[in-house]
Design a protein around this ligand. Structure first.
Ligand code: NAD
Length: 437
């Protein structure tokens, strides 16, 4: 099939590369000239395991190309995915101007039947507005003559394992309102042999927001339990293990720590709360989820401060900058928020991340970056693990103790066993575990 993906970011690039790998002809289009010219030189705009290989292979085999000429790309394809960003506005609403702009460009360049698919995460009823926008922007005389369908096909991939998630999804959700759209999408995804849920467009849009909100709720729930564990002297890791073995609950997303972040959960929660309110429903539950998440970030700063007395001029080594391991994505990263809070208290922060340092430097130019965990720890008063990269799971604490001014570990992701850390001569701060000194 001939496919255009408009928006070549984490989702658009992965979707385009994977659909090309399944044998389709794909154009990944974007209005970011620098990004497209670099992609044409096979320079990846993001760190995502396996992406480089799949892009190279499909470009070489001439199934995948990159372009800033969105008009021409629309004309060449029957299937058009919209995968532009949908960031939060000040009031929490999703900013859908990118989606609207793309819908207008599509309308003005329709030259035959098109299936227009929302891949971006959008609030319910966006499908209706995309259809409306295309209709009113069709050239005069073409209205009613050119056929098109709108569909919703939300994306559930996780950064860090995006290729595998796209190729082996738990489910594919198709929101369609016509037989033609249904058949085209079923044909497109046939090679993946996945569970497919076919529904109306509004339900598909809600499935995405509800799924992300539910996962964020699980994280905030265990973080709230962690607060109780800390106060009464229980261990939230054991509590999560005990809960998670219940198949109705499951262990995933029950890791207490410094909270969720990333480009999706915070903005999708904001958007879902806002669209719920517009529909007349106050989503108090999700407002509480958001609040608990904020408390987790300020909570670790307070615990470090309690352990060090005064933060001004204390040296804090932060391990991990990306919002989760295996990505360089810093959007809404809890680590970056915590660094800002520490710096505002006068602490000197030194940081290390295996892949996100280049992007971190652009956002926080004053941040001192180090070559590895041990360089960051030199003369530090506290070592904070903010992202659970694998390479932080087996640190040499004897070496760290010699390097640091004070042996204090703030384990923001509960990676280590507090008692073992104490045996290494460190004081330990975790989330939902008794601090040991
Ligand atoms: P991104 O910021 O990485 O990429 C968006 C791309 O769209 C950018 O390259 C930008 O230049 C381009 N763009 C913006 N406006 C454009 C326009 N008018 N014309 C052409 N290109 C335009 O964003 P992302 O992380 O890929 O997310 C895209 C959407 O997918 C969002 O709605 C997001 O919520 C959703 N989503 C993201 C993930 C994820 O893990 N990142 C997972 C599932 C869903």
């Amino acid at each position: 099939m001939n496919i255009t993906i408009i928006g070549t970011g984490y989702v658009g690039l992965v979707t385009g590369a994977c659909l090309a790998d399944l044998g389709n002809n794909v154009i990944c289009a974007d209005n970011d000239i620098r990004k497209i010219s670099r992609l044409n030189k096979l320079i990846m705009p993001i760190y995502e395991p396996g992406l480089d290989d799949i892009v190279r292979r499909n470009v070489k085999e001439k199934r995948l190309s990159f372009s800033v000429d969105i008009k021409a790309a629309v004309k060449k394809s029957t299937i058009i995915f919209i995968a532009v960003g949908t960031p939060s506005l000040e009031n929490g609403e999703a900013d859908l101007t990118g989606v609207e702009n793309v819908a207008k460009v599509i309308a003005r360049n329709i030259n035959g039947y098109k299936l227009i698919i929302e891949k971006s995460t959008v609030p319910v009823e966006t499908g209706f507005w995309v259809e409306h926008t295309v209709k009113v922007n069709l050239a005069k005389g073409k209205q009613g003559k050119l056929k098109f369908d709108v569909a919703s096909n939300p994306e559930f991939l996780r950064e860090g394992q995006a290729i595998n998630d796209f190729m082996n999804p738990d489910r594919i959700v198709l929101g369609v309102e016509s037989q033609r759209a249904r058949e085209l999408l079923l044909e497109l995804y046939k090679p993946l042999k996945a569970n497919i849920i076919v529904t109306d467009i509004k339900s598909a849009e809600i499935i995405k927001h509800a799924s992300n909100s539910f996962l964020a709720t699980k994280i905030s729930f265990i973080n709230a339990i962690a607060q109780i564990c800390e106060r009464v002297g229980a261990d939230v890791v054991k509590v999560a293990d005990g809960m998670g073995l219940d198949k109705r609950i499951g262990r995933n997303f029950l890791d207490a720590g410094i909270g969720y972040g990333g480009s999706c959960f915070p903005k999708d929660l904001d958007a879902f709360i806002t669209i719920a309110k517009k529909s007349g429903y106050d989503f108090e539950l999700l407002r509480a989820v958001r609040e608990v998440n904020e408390q987790q970030k300020s909570g670790i700063v307070k615990k470090i401060k309690d352990a060090l007395w005064i933060l001004k001029d204390k040296r804090i080594a932060v391990l991990g900058l990306s919002f989760k391991p295996n990505t360089d994505d810093l959007r809404n990263s809890p680590s970056m928020d915590i660094i800002r809070q520490l710096q505002s208290e006068g602490a000197q922060v030194r940081a290390f991340d295996p892949h996100a340092m280049k992007k971190a430097k652009e956002i926080l130019p004053s941040l001192r970056l180090c070559a590895d965990a041990y360089e960051a720890a030199k003369d530090a008063d506290c070592l904070l693990i903010a992202t659970e990269w694998n390479e932080f799971k087996d640190l040499d604490f004897a070496r760290l103790k010699k390097l640091m001014r004070q042996p204090l570990l703030a384990d923001g992701r509960n990676i280590y066993e507090p008692k073992l850390i104490k045996k290494s001569g460190f004081r330990y701060i975790g989330a939902g575990r008794v601090s040991v000194s």
